[in-house]
Design a protein around this ligand. Sequence first.
Ligand SMILES: CC(C)(COP(=O)(O)OP(=O)(O)OC[C@H]1O[C@@H](n2cnc3c(N)ncnc32)[C@H](O)[C@@H]1OP(=O)(O)O)[C@@H](O)C(=O)NCCC(=O)NCCS
Length: 185
Amino acid sequence: MIMANDAGTQAHAAELAFAVHAAPIHAASVSRLIGYWADHGLTIRRDLRQIVTAIDDFVVAIHDERVVGCGALETVGGGIGEIRSIAVDAAVGKVGAGRAVMEALFAKAHLRGIDTLVLLTKIPDFFTRFGFEAIEFDAVPGEYAALIAAQSGRTFEGKTIMRRVLVPQVPVVQVAPVMTGVEAR
Ligand SMILES: CC(C)(COP(=O)(O)OP(=O)(O)OC[C@H]1O[C@@H](n2cnc3c(N)ncnc32)[C@H](O)[C@@H]1OP(=O)(O)O)[C@@H](O)C(=O)NCCC(=O)NCCS
């Protein structure tokens, strides 16, 4: 399970959202979130079947035992991954759901050995906070241009193209705590 949040300044830690890998049971909530923002022109609508098929790409943010956010990492090829379908419940308030989703997607990218993330957005300022920078169309990797061309309803037009190169992570080795003063029974 991925759990991500920086327990920052937005709310008390117990009130913050956390993110996990999505499972098929989350698909309807994911569809609802993406659909809401698709109606506002900010996400690309994806039907339930597409979401279920791609559920391994998704993470969901949970708050108060509800799915309040989602996002997906689509493998493009050539070490590139696309961040897409970022959507947070407009009614949930400042619980860090967007941040939890982004950090979980970075963790997913590391697990997949992806070293470059790309995305298309109408809200570049949000992604700048997470280390993305805008790039010109000329700098778009060929694999990504081909993917967008192959997917119906998707276009670079009217969107900011952004990229972030990931720094390789040093694997964290977890050592079990040494128990002292406890007799084995
Ligand atoms: C953008 C969105 C995901 C943010 O979700 P959220 O839960 O409000 O995000 P968080 O509260 O975790 O915010 C994380 C940081 O981003 C900032 N932020 C949030 N929305 C922002 C926006 N629209 N523009 C710029 N910064 C934004 C927050 O202030 C916060 O900054 P901080 O860490 O310095 O305090 C959410 O508003 C949303 O779903 N928007 C509509 C869908 C959309 O446009 N998706 C992108 C498709 S590419």
